[in-house]
Design a protein around this ligand. Structure first.
Ligand code: HEM
Length: 475
């Protein structure tokens, strides 16, 4: 009974039960409390984190007048979220928020030994150093240009062939290995993208109501076997000219040398982060090109001017283009693959955000989707207008999306910002450029118009996958 009474008292506090409990334990005055929804007793506002969390959190922030900073509770987890670029900068660039909240599925799937979920400390710093100096340095990115070119020409041949013979295509041949990989990734996405009640209601203890723990335990040995096989194969090939991430990790010595288990975790994470974000973004860009044929023609005119029609696009061509990068930025603005910046941050110590006290152990999020659609931040925010990043007179022609300006920062910002951002952007721009150079993209038929509906899994995907027809442009 006393327990129930306490739970109700905590619940009455702005931001709900987790904030109420903290204030009761620390006896803090509630005068400067961060505004936010109470949610329900005990579970707080866990419902906000289910299905399209970015929409729900944005609506809640508006209704509480808390766009700058809103507090809410996910069970026993205190959380804050901002829809404001200045406050986002304050959070993401602060060393206090350099950690990630513990997520049971991420730990079970070994991601605590990879960059994204490694606790802030020596091991994480070592991984970031390896990433910056070996994996994502300009030399390594340009040395893998040939591999991206190969994949681009494979895509072109498959789409050209499918356009003639069948309405559907699958990239690459399907064999037991690719089948297994796609199952591993699919299962991993599902487990990592799920809101796990145990993360926020620790008293659920041994109960695995959602079966997340069991599925993680079943997945890990399969991942270990799959990635370990890739490592062993790489050990046997000598003098290869395709020097990839695995070769780089195997070549490291001294303090940078990782154990094989840690290598598996790092490579597994790269497969994850490198595939879904890039694929999802390409699909959104192509969807927008089909919806806005005049913009598609303008990109193609630029491609024809820079490349001509007699040879394929190269990555260096992209560097002399203005309109294609503007289209990519505009799609990142309206459809950021991580609308809540993928993974949250965790306060390592007590701190102050936007004049409010934020205790250590608080989870912090940025609603990038809300920022990029805010009329106080962007002119005509819902209008698809790449010109805003392309016209010489426009204020945003030199706009960097790499984290310095939080009005559009789809790769995050600060110490834990995305280490793969340059590679990701280069890959997406080159592949989209190639696909638009080679083909004209049109709606498949009037029964299947492009539907911009979203579904938020690990990334924000198109709810109804894109269906299109293509017409070759060059031959
Ligand atoms: C369009 C492509 C991509 C987008 C939109 C994207 C977005 C993001 C975002 C929003 C974060 C969290 C940043 C933060 O907390 O401030 C992140 C982290 C991360 N990303 Fe990316 N990413 C992309 C491509 C890639 C690629 C290609 C790789 C690697 C192959 C990669 C690897 C990572 C890793 C390892 C982290 C964790 C960093 C850490 O915690 O220190 N990403 N990404």
């Amino acid at each position: 009974m006393a327990w129930l009474g306490k739970a109700l008292c905590f619940w009455f506090f702005p931001g709900g039960p987790a904030w109420g409990k903290y204030n009761w334990l620390t006896k803090r005055a509630s005068s400067n409390a961060i505004p936010g929804p109470k949610g329900f007793p005990i579970v707080g506002s866990m419902n906000l984190m289910n299905n399209m969390a970015h929409h729900k959190l944005c609506a809640a922030a508006k209704s509480f007048g808390a766009k700058r900073l809103m507090a809410f509770s996910m069970g026993e987890t205190r959380a804050i979220i901002t829809c404001n670029p200045d406050v986002a900068k304050e959070i993401l660039n602060s060393s206090v928020f350099a950690d990630r909240p513990v997520k049971e599925s991420a730990y079970s799937l070994m991601f605590n030994r990879a960059i994204g979920f490694a606790p802030y400390g020596v091991y994480w710093r070592t991984l970031r150093r390896i990433a910056a100096t070996h994996l994502f340095c300009p030399k390594q990115i340009s040395s893998t240009e040939g591999q991206r070119l190969d994949i681009a020409s494979q895509m072109v041949s498959i789409i050209a062939f499918a356009g003639e013979s069948s309405p559907k295509y699958h990239l690459g041949s399907s064999n037991p290995e690719t089948e297994e990989l796609s199952q591993l990734v699919e299962e991993g996405y599902d487990l990592l993208g799920k809101l796990n009640w145990f993360d926020h209601l620790p008293w659920l203890g041994g109960l695995d109501i959602q079966k997340i723990r069991r599925r993680c335990y079943e997945l890990v040995p399969r991942v270990n076997k799959f990635v370990n096989k890739i490592i062993q194969e790489h050990k046997l090939r000598i003098g290869t000219k395709n020097y990839d991430f695995v070769d780089v990790l195997l070549s490291l010595n001294g303090p940078d040398r990782l154990s094989e288990n840690d290598m598996i975790a790092v490579l597994w994470e790269m497969i994850f982060r490198g595939t879904d974000t890039v694929a999802v973004l390409i699909e959104w860009i192509l969807a927008r090109m089909v919806l806005h044929p005049e913009i598609q023609s303008r990109v193609q005119a630029e491609l024809d001017e820079v490349v001509g029609k007699s040879r394929p696009l190269t990555e260096s061509d992209v560097q002399s283009m203005v309109y294609l990068p503007a289209v990519v930025k505009e799609v990142l603005r309206l459809h950021p693959p991580g609308p809540l910046l993928s993974w949250a941050r965790l306060a390592i110590t007590d701190t102050t955000v936007d004049g409010h006290h934020v205790p250590s152990g608080t989870t912090a999020m940025v609603n990038m989707w809300a920022i990029t659609r805010d009329p106080e931040v962007w002119v005509d925010p819902l209008k698809f207008m790449p010109e805003r990043f392309a016209s010489k007179e426009g204020p945003d022609v030199e706009f960097s999306v790499l984290g310095s300006d939080l009005r559009l920062s789809p790769f995050g910002s600060g110490r834990r910002s995305c280490p793969g951002k340059t590679l990701g952007l280069a890959t997406v721009s080159f592949w989209v450029g190639t696909l638009l150079h080679e083909f004209k993209w049109v709606p498949s038929d009037h029964k299947n118009p492009v539907d911009l509906g979203e579904v938020l899994r690990l990334s924000c995907e198109m709810a109804n996958p894109l269906k299109v027809k293509v017409h070759p442009r060059l031959r």
